[in-house]
Structures are given as C-alpha cells and as structure tokens.
Design a binder for this molecule. Structure first.
Ligand code: HEC
Length: 232
C-alpha cells in the first residue's frame, strides 16, 4: 500500500511535508484490499478478548454450544496454537491403525498461555485434533514411508477428520471435566456440529491413560515449554 501511495504521490515532491502527510494518511484510510492485513489484525484482536463468554473468563476463543448441547465446529482452528503432531501410520500398525494419520493438535492462544503460566488448562480449553493422512499411503517402502531429498519418512497428505475435547466442569463433571466430540473421520467438509461421545468411545481411554488432566500433555511439552533464551 505505501508503495502504491508513494508511486501516486511521488511526483508531488514540491508539496510541503505536512501536506504529503495528510495525503498519506488519507491513503492509509482509503485503500481497499491493499490494506487488508491491518484490518484482519483488528478483527483478530477483538476475537482475542478474554472472557467474551462469561462461562470461560480465561478463554479468548470460547467453545460455542447449540441449544441442544452440541458443540459447534470451532471456527478457524488452524489459526490457534499448534502444539504437536503424533503420527500412527498404517505402515507401523500392520496396516490397521485406527488413526493412520498425523494428529495435528491445536489449542486456543489464551489456554496455551494459561497453561504455561499455571500448569493448568482453564475452563473452556479446547484441544483440537485434525487428522492428516500421509501423502501416499502405499509409499516407496513396505511400511508406507517415502524418500524425499530430506530423507526417508512420512509426509503430510490430505486432511481426514476432526476430533475436539472441551474442558467444562459443569457440562462434563461425570468424565473428569472433559467432553469429547468427533466431527467426522473423513475428508472435509467436517460436520457443522457434534454431540458429546459416550464415555466408552472417548473419555474412558483418556481417563485411564492420559498423562495429566485428561490430556497426553507429555507429547505437547516440547512446544508448551518456553524456548530457552538464546545467549548473545
Ligand atoms: C484407546 C484410547 C483412546 C480413545 C478411545 C480415544 N483417544 Fe483421544 N487420544 C488418545 C491418545 C493416546 C492421544 C495422544 C496420542 C495420539 O494422538 O496418538 C489422544 C489424543 C487426543 C486429543 C488431543 C489432546 C490430548 O488429549 O492429548 C484429542 C482432542 C482426542 N484424543 C479426542 C478424542 C476423541 C474425540 C475420541 C473419541 C472419538 C478419543 N479421543 C478417543 C487415546 C484415545
């Protein structure tokens, strides 16, 4: 934008500095698409107000519930904080992995910051797990891996499903304060909303096995832990 402005007004070199300042600020205000980035930033800032839902005072992007108690698919979850990507490909599970994809896990920015500060997930935390297939399930090798110039491995392919867990001690007291939702295990579009899953399908395994507060948090610690400060 400033480039366009300086081009349009570059020939006005004789105009006094104060005048060109007025032109430039008008330019800032009026340019359309070219100014999209700052406008988007403003939108994001307003979405990041803590406690926009009083039920979740520490959360910036709260879970949204339909009147029948279903969870509405979290909007723009890929813009949240990415905390890890466990991978359980068919090639390492006799071709029978239940979830043969990368498990890309995201959490709201405020929940991420709160966990770093307190070691606890606040009410309204959403753990969002988008499944992403490996790019060529047959691969170059019997285990489905492939060779790229970087080495032999598993590489990201199409996305293939969405699971969400929500911490809410009022709604989900019976399952250690977390509810579990599946928005489909297939290519998008994912379901617009999902009902809580029965304990034996989801919460039971997290109750029995998760590391801390129903979350497999050790898998995310490498990103949850702040980076050490670089020495100058
Ligand atoms: C048999 C055990 C088991 C069952 C059943 C299960 N999970 Fe999990 N879940 C895990 C494990 C282990 C991880 C972490 C490792 C991984 O993703 O492979 C995980 C991770 C997650 C995560 C990422 C955050 C976290 O807690 O680490 C979400 C979200 C999730 N599961 C949702 C669900 C949903 C929704 C269901 C039911 C449809 C479900 N899970 C059923 C074992 C289970």
């Amino acid at each position: 934008m400033s480039l366009i402005c300086s081009r349009s007004f570059g020939s006005l070199g004789s105009i006094a500095l104060s005048l060109s300042f007025i032109f430039l600020s008008a330019c800032e205000k009026n340019s359309g698409d070219a100014n999209a980035a700052p406008a988007a930033r403003t939108d994001q800032r307003s979405a990041l107000a803590l406690g926009s839902d009083p039920a979740y005072p520490e959360i910036d992007i709260p879970p949204v519930w339909a009147s029948d108690g279903k969870l509405i698919q979290p909007k723009d979850f890929r813009e949240m904080v990415f905390i890890g990507a466990p991978l359980t490909p068919h090639g390492l599970n006799d071709g029978k992995a239940n979830f043969p994809e990368f498990h890309n896990v995201y959490v709201q920015p405020a929940a991420f910051k709160a966990y770093r500060a307190t070691g606890k997930w606040p009410e309204g935390t959403m753990m969002i797990k988008e499944l992403q297939l490996v790019d060529d399930p047959k691969g170059d090798f019997p285990d489905g891996s492939r060779l790229l110039p970087s080495g032999r491995g598993y590489f990201p392919g199409p996305v293939n499903g969405l699971d969400v867990s929500v911490k809410d001690s009022k709604r989900f007291a019976a399952t250690n304060n977390w509810g579990y939702f599946n928005f489909n295990h297939a290519a998008p579009p994912y379901l617009a909303e999902a009902a809580v899953k029965p304990v034996e399908q989801c919460a039971g395994c997290h109750i029995a096995n998760a590391h801390e507060d129903m979350v497999y948090v050790e898998l995310y610690k490498p990103i949850l832990d702040p980076l050490p400060v670089a020495k100058k």
